[in-house]
Write a protein that binds this ligand. Structure first.
Ligand code: ZN
Length: 241
């Protein structure tokens, strides 16, 4: 009798482990350390308040969002995000706030194409486009998954129009590189303007994409796979965490 009971317990335990492993593998096939629940996220913020992800639309007055992955107007041709939102770790958001204020003095502003990106999107992007110059390697994860990267451009505050840049956002070509200079002087100056203001406020540039900037010390932040809906719920429930 006790053998049957022991067998039954073992079967239950094995079944439990198996389903958990299958679920983890599908969402995290490379076995990375990924923060994937609100509870885990709370713990990281409690341990270090700079881990807080900030909603840029609420945090930076006048910031313009054009979150392409929440539309079909992106390189995948599909809507990836369920909400057009931009979230960034607090230190990066503070730097961006200072940048927006400085730009506003000159009649310019920020338009954001992408910021924090749940890891699930990085897995999908690589399935669509397997060139790790332009799409993050899913086996290491993107700095966007860490909430430490932003894709952006400059706009004229009066017209709301984007300043002319070397390529559209996410054009995966050599023209998108910072070292590509076969361009009109005005465009080089606009790219340089963005580069100058970002790097003077603690961001580093990415050579192959004029629109992509990383916050310094980005690797201290964990990879995350928490949806925008989950972040919204957290923000409503615990606005001051
Ligand atoms: Zn980027």
């Amino acid at each position: 009798m006790w053998i049957a009971a022991l067998l039954a317990i073992t079967m239950v335990l094995t079944a439990g482990c198996k389903s958990k492993t299958e679920k983890t593998d599908e969402k995290n096939p490379y076995g990375l350390e990924i923060i994937a629940s609100a509870q885990e996220y709370f713990q990281t913020v409690e341990a270090d308040s700079s881990n807080l992800l900030v909603n840029l639309e609420h945090y930076i007055p006048g910031i313009v969002l054009d979150i392409r992955y929440a539309t079909e107007n992106n390189f995948t041709g599909k809507q990836i995000y369920t909400a057009p939102e931009a979230w960034l770790r607090k230190e990066a958001a503070d730097s961006l706030l200072a940048i927006q204020k400085a730009l506003n003095q000159e009649g310019l502003g920020i338009k954001v194409f992408d910021a924090y990106r749940p890891y699930a999107a990085t897995l999908y992007f690589y399935q669509v486009y397997e060139d790790t110059t332009f799409v993050a390697a899913p086996w290491s994860g993107s700095i966007h998954n860490r909430g430490g990267a932003i894709d952006l451009t400059l706009i004229d505050l009066e017209t709301g129009k984007e300043l002319a840049m070397p390529t559209p956002f996410d054009e995966f070509s050599e023209k998108a590189s910072h070292s590509y200079n076969n361009l009109p002087q005005e465009i080089i100056a606009n790219r340089e303007k963005l580069h100058q203001i970002m790097t003077s406020h603690g961001f580093t540039f990415y050579e192959h994409e004029w629109w992509h900037y990383n916050i310094k010390g980005r690797n201290k932040y964990s990879l995350m796979d928490i949806s925008f809906e989950e972040l919204q719920k957290i923000e409503k429930k615990q606005p001051n965490i």
